[in-house]
Design a protein around this ligand. Structure first.
Ligand SMILES: Cc1cc2nc3c(=O)[nH]c(=O)nc-3n(C[C@H](O)[C@H](O)[C@H](O)COP(=O)(O)OP(=O)(O)OC[C@H]3O[C@@H](n4cnc5c(N)ncnc54)[C@H](O)[C@@H]3O)c2cc1C
Length: 374
């Protein structure tokens, strides 16, 4: 990324070497003559290295690629985690291995241990300040993920809560366990502790476990979660309560959660927060405007409305009511963004058609929703 006369601007700097960053870089690699590079403050797939060991994917992997049904967790049309790992629900270490092997196979340049500490606009486009010095780039794709931004309810005593993104949340617990949040994260950890013998109460005023089986898994529980929930209910040790926690307090060897109806519940270990993650825009945060719901505002090409040339890739992406929180969703935009960038620089983007054939290119996000008949 540098020459004897100083750093030469990249066409595109990709920040983050998770599935969004590596997938974006792979699509950019298909644009003739485009010069791109990826930086990550840790390793390739750093977040997956940090996943609690017992955490597994919710979305299944299966090598349907040859028949136009690309593995749901792939970030390139010619790859499949199920094929390379030999498992259907990868764990974090496995998925990081997949990302490393894809990066190596396609020779994507990744600078590891290279944190971006600030990002600013400049005549050339952008300047990223990194541990390796400044990197100028005409365009930037922010793919820093959301794992770094765990969301915890802003209630008194919240510091006693253990977020499900932490390893200690997954250590088997005895006695009464309380989980705040009944979406995917909360149900996942509740089932995990039921499977290890605990008695678990899940609190969520929105009772997502009752959500109808819509066609979009972002608005309900994934099939695997519904199956595990049914098995957990059969044990008689799971309670699902449509209540909101308003305070947490430690009392001796127990933890008490006060509910919105004034009642209380007691746990024998620190209550768990299965309350998800925020957008986590790191040093790019000031370059994005926000929607009313707090998520980053982007134009129809996933580009910042405040800083054109800065694109968003990954689960923080929202268009209207559409959420792109799974890999099989946000990967639809890798090739689209690569084409927007490539065409703006006058490059040949025809090889990106292979992504469309693989079902990995949606230019018009309004086409993404579908209602299943049965
Ligand atoms: C517990 C959990 C389970 C999930 N299960 C599934 C699932 O089953 N299926 C699915 O499709 N999705 C799942 N998701 C959604 C998940 O968000 C995505 O799968 C994926 O991790 C997002 O990819 P990403 O590349 O955007 O972010 P990440 O994988 O988090 O990658 C971001 C990268 O950016 C780097 N980075 C961050 N800030 C900087 C900086 N300032 N400078 C340099 N580098 C930086 C980080 O080190 C990291 O490597 C799950 C998420 C969680 C948290």
């Amino acid at each position: 990324m540098t020459s004897s006369t100083g750093p030469q601007p990249l066409d595109t700097l990709v920040i983050g070497a998770g599935p969004a960053g590596i997938g974006s870089a792979l699509a950019l690699d298909a644009v003739e003559g485009l010069v791109a590079g990826v930086v990550d403050r840790g390793e390739i797939g750093e977040t997956f290295h940090r996943w609690p060991r017992r955490q597994q994917f919710l979305t299944p992997s299966f090598t349907g690629n040859g028949y136009g049904a690309t593995d749901l967790n792939s970030v390139h049309p010619l790859t499949s985690p199920a094929f390379s790992l030999g498992v259907d629900y990868p764990d974090g270490a496995g998925y990081a291995k997949y990302l490393r092997s894809v990066t190596g196979h396609f020779e994507i340049p990744v600078a590891r241990g290279c944190e971006v500490t600030s990002l600013r606009q400049d005549d050339v486009g952008f300047i990223a300040t990194t541990a390796n010095g400044p990197i100028p780039a005409r365009t930037v794709i922010w793919a820093g993920g959301e794992f770094q931004s765990p969301e915890v309810p802003q209630i008194p005593g919240r510091h006693s809560l253990v977020h499900t993104g932490r390893e200690e949340a997954w250590t088997p617990r005895e006695g009464r366990v309380l989980v705040l949040g009944g979406g995917e994260s909360g149900i996942d950890i509740a089932c995990h502790h039921i499977e290890h013998g605990a008695a678990v109460t899940v609190l969520d005023a929105d009772h997502p476990w009752d959500a109808g089986q819509g066609s979009d898994p972002s608005y309900g529980l994934a099939p695997r979660s519904r199956m595990r929930l049914a098995a957990a209910r059969e044990t008689g040790r799971l309670t699902l309560a449509s209540r909101r926690a308003v305070a947490v307090a430690r009392e001796g060897r127990c933890w008490t959660v006060t509910l919105d109806d004034g009642g209380t519940l007691t746990a024998d270990s620190p209550p768990l927060a299965g309350t998800g993650f925020g957008p986590g825009l790191g040093p790019a945060a000031h370059l994005f405007d926000r929607r009313e719901d707090g998520w980053p505002l982007v134009d129809a090409d996933d580009q910042s409305t405040l800083a054109p040339g800065l694109f968003l890739s990954g689960p923080a992406l929202r268009h209207g009511a559409q959420r792109f929180c799974f890999i099989y969703k946000f990967r639809q935009r890798f090739a689209h963004v690569a084409r927007v960038i490539g065409e703006s620089l006058g490059k040949d983007c025809s090889e990106l058609e292979a992504w469309r054939s693989a079902g990995m290119l949606a230019e018009d996000v309004s086409e993404c929703g579908a209602e299943c008949a049965c």
